[in-house]
Design a binder for this molecule. Structure first.
Ligand SMILES: [Zn+2]
Length: 125
């Protein structure tokens, strides 16, 4: 299952980042962006995440998936459109210089901690 290996790599990214930041507290939410072109099914990713997170510091965290539509742009006629699959040629002019504007995204964009540990040495207010 493709989503399972994606979930595992997302989790290891988050765990590394938490360690680097010396973050404490339970992770309540993990935010990820999933581009249409990434081939990842958000619902399957959520299930895989729950399985892969079991036993780790992310167990029970909610995976919040932001889906990014596949948007293509034609350099020849300057047309930009939402596609369901990556076309190699422009639907409008047949131009072959079509670039992917968005839809390749796949990664962690943020984490919500349930309780934020106070940062030492910083006055409040
Ligand atoms: Zn075109």
């Amino acid at each position: 299952m493709h989503e399972f290996s994606v979930a595992r790599s997302l989790i290891s990214v988050v765990l590394r980042e938490l360690e680097r930041l010396h973050a404490r507290g339970r992770v309540a939410r993990v935010f990820v962006t999933v581009g249409e072109l990434s081939g990842v099914v958000p619902e399957a990713l959520r299930l895989a995440f729950d399985l892969a997170a079991a036993g780790s510091a992310l167990e029970g965290a909610e995976l919040c998936v932001e889906e990014v539509p596949l948007v293509l742009h034609c350099d020849a006629c300057d047309r930009q459109w939402h596609a369901t699959e990556p076309f190699l040629a422009c639907e409008e002019c047949g131009g072959m210089r079509v670039t992917v504007v968005s839809g390749r995204e796949l990664g962690v964009t943020g984490v919500d901690l349930e309780e934020e540990a106070p940062v030492e040495g910083q006055p409040i207010g």
